[in-house]
Design a binder for this molecule. Structure first.
Ligand SMILES: Nc1nc2c(ncn2[C@@H]2O[C@H](COP(=O)(O)OP(=O)(O)OP(=O)(O)O)[C@@H](O)[C@H]2O)c(=O)[nH]1
Ligand SMILES: [Mg+2]
Length: 185
């Protein structure tokens, strides 16, 4: 039995997944996770290191890593890549000025060998802000259709209203589960 098979079997028993929340600072990563967890979202400060949250969703235990996105912290993202099943890339859809920065960071992230195979959900966050960019505008601005290396989905959402947060998590869990737990290899 190969090592990969052993790992797969163990993980199948535990039904665990590791999710990595990344994106530029101020995108709303921490707010999304707090909202999903039913916590107060009125007092959120920038993440200077990382937070880990564990919760059960659709009978899977999700270990979610939320890492600070400030420019000076981005070189540390690579410390969290190992064994990532899915990347949730959070975008502030009201931040037009940093779209190019956001695109560069995302595309360079996807070059990482250790993230090969991870599913990618792009959360177009802050849809409650009037005049924010739409899902299609973000898809084009980030050139998502050029991504061939990862299975991806883009979804508009709001951490404040909670719109689409559960739907996003459902997609991630389904996509990872099909790959990890239902594949016949
Ligand atoms: N209107 C609105 N504001 C939001 C939304 N999501 C987050 N915010 C606000 O955006 C700011 C940044 O949110 P954070 O959750 O700290 O962002 P982050 O991505 O974790 O940022 P770093 O930890 O610095 O990487 C906070 O003031 C939030 O209240 C949203 O969907 N709508
Ligand atoms: Mg944060």
């Amino acid at each position: 039995m190969g090592l990969l098979t052993v790992i797969r079997k163990n993980r199948r028993k535990e039904k665990e997944m590791r999710l990595l929340f990344l994106g530029l600072d101020n995108a709303g990563k921490t707010t999304i996770l707090k909202k999903l967890n039913g916590e107060d979202i009125s007092t959120i400060s920038p993440t200077l290191g990382f937070n880990i949250k564990t919760f059960v969703h659709n009978s899977y235990t999700l270990n979610v890593w939320d890492v600070g996105g400030q420019r000076t912290l981005r070189p540390y993202w690579r410390n969290y890549f190992e064994q990532t099943d899915a990347i949730v890339w959070v975008v502030d859809s009201s931040d037009r000025l940093r779209l190019d920065d956001c695109k560069q960071e995302l595309h360079s992230l996807l070059q990482e060998d250790r993230l090969a195979g991870a599913s990618l959900l792009v959360f177009v966050n802050k849809q409650d802000i009037p005049g924010s960019l739409t899902q299609d505008e973000i898809r084009d601005a980030l050139d998502l259709r050029a991504i061939k290396s990862h299975r991806w989905k883009v979804l508009p959402c709001s951490a404040v209203t909670g719109h689409n947060l559960i739907q996003g998590l459902n997609w991630v869990v389904d996509d990872v589960a099909h790959r990890l737990y239902y594949s016949t290899t």
